[in-house]
Design a protein around this ligand. Sequence first.
Ligand SMILES: Nc1ncnc2c1ncn2[C@@H]1O[C@H](COP(=O)(O)OP(=O)(O)OP(=O)(O)O)[C@@H](O)[C@H]1O
Length: 647
Amino acid sequence: MPQHAPVDPKPASSHRSGPQQTPYWASIARLGPIVRPIVPRLLVGLVVALAASALALAVPQVLRLVIDELVHSGTQPSAVWGAAGVVLLLGVLEATMIYLRRVLVIEPSIGLERQMRVTMYDHLQDLPVSFHDRWGSGQLLSRSIADLAFLRRWLAFGAIFLVVSLSTVTLGVVLLFTLSWQLALIFLAAAVPIMVYGAIFRRRFSLATRRSQDQAGDLATTVEESVHGIRVLKAFGRAREALEGFTEQAQQLRETEVAKARHQALFSLVVTLLPELALGTGLVTGIWLAASGQLSLGSLAAFFATSAAVAQFVEASGMLVGMALTAKTAVDRHFEVMDARNTITDPESPRHVTAPRGALAFRDVRFAFNAAAHDAASSARAAAPSTASRPADPPRDVLRGVTLDIRPGETMALVGATGSGKTTLLQLVSRLYDVSGGAVEIDGIDVRDLPLAELRRLVAVAFEDTTLFSSSVRENVLLGAPVQEGAEADRLLEEALDVAQAHFARSLPDGLDTTIGEEGLSLSGGQRQRIALARAIAARPSVLILDDPLSALDIATEERVSERLGDALAHTTTLIVAHRPSTVALADRVALLRDGVVEDVGTHAELLARSEHYRWVIASLPEEPSDLDREHEPDLDDFLPEEAESR
Ligand SMILES: Nc1ncnc2c1ncn2[C@@H]1O[C@H](COP(=O)(O)OP(=O)(O)OP(=O)(O)O)[C@@H](O)[C@H]1O
């Protein structure tokens, strides 16, 4: 028997790491392998951009020649037209180069953004539920949308423009020295305070950028939560409190953004003011040099035209350095998600269930949420607190040695007080979480030894909290079915809808092609549950896991569902969490879960007779469905024209 790793041995890497924790180039270098395929296009784009800026610097040189030749040496007017033609040609060439740069870099960088987004989505799908427990949805949303869009802009514009600026300033300063070393020194003197302030700016801006990107993610989580929970907020009249909470978060983000803008404005002021001061000082000195014959008029004019071009790039550096630092934060945030490892993976030496019988067993199963994640997250939080994600809760054993055998084809009800661990136990079967100790077995094979695809074919789940996707009824029901199209798929679909008593779906506006889910037609709680149940049935599993899937049905419908379930899934092993006596009555046997252990197993009658705790739990279960939406629950007869007519 292979040894199994403890749960979550390498949890999501610290998504709380601050900006100083990774050196700038170490962060940016991580983009290397991803960007590599488009590097040739980016390089050609860079060369073209460099050529454009070189052309811009060539114009003052032509100017110098024209002035010196024309004014000093009295060249013919035709030469003026010639020089003007050259300047015009240089301008047209520069514009063409700028256009070419855009064409060369924009398309591949948009492609790269798409590819990174798809890879991230794929990775998020792959990561275990324990990862998603710990990350706010807004954080993941902002990282997969806003951060990647920023990285695209940085690659297509910021990075190239920064290299062009550095090269242009370097070349420009060399040219300035060739024109006049005295004036060039004045110009260069301004660079010293710029560099000193640049270091201060970088530190402050990095911190503010990280904070603002994390806060934007948290804000997105709040929006997502309140849109999702709008009914609860409205029903409890908590809209004002929700707004107050949101306003406070928005205010914090505003303050961070204002602080960021202030840092950037101050840096821009420094990089604009100092070159201008140098230019002013240079102008006075230059006129004196020209008047004393140490500098030609042409050189003086060329110096100022060149220094104006250089100053333009220096001034843009405030924005470009800001972009470079934001890009680093975006890269860090991206890899905090991408570095998270999926601990629920296929086994190295897989075993297979060749002839599924559906025997389900729990062998001394122990489980604690966040056991390993907690230690990693605690130390990371101590190192660099941030708002990026929820703190991991201290680990506590929710299941403390569950042992239970469910025979092939048997229906076992799981009963227990609220919080006793019923849902948790169910989630271990299809490995939404892995056990912390012990094992879950199907037909005698540890579920961790089965390939995940095979395991999830064997096991189908319907949760109480039903999730429908924005697609047709057909696609929702056939989500886990062995076939998606053709006569066999149609048969599975019809049978699943029939067993789940979801006939209403045929009478929806577009029948089974009606779009439901968030972007489609709203269904009542009971209707949603029946679609989710149909989905689990259509998967034709060997083991069916039902987490109180009938809670929103009236008792008559529940009875019909259970009757049909019994027929259709006679050979399917079913483990069902029961919150109502009527659901318990469906089961062959009942397991009583108490404080994370199975306290007793037997028939309903046996447990009633011998277990005081069972009697107490059963007495506390509601007779009626908890959230039956009577107003919206359709009268089945309305949706059963064929059946109604045949009666
Ligand atoms: N994702 C999670 N992270 C941390 N703790 C959790 C998580 N899900 C559940 N728990 C905790 O595990 C314990 C068992 O929860 P579980 O949902 O399994 O109980 P249950 O028996 O199904 O309850 P109910 O009958 O109310 O649905 C509870 O104390 C709960 O707070």
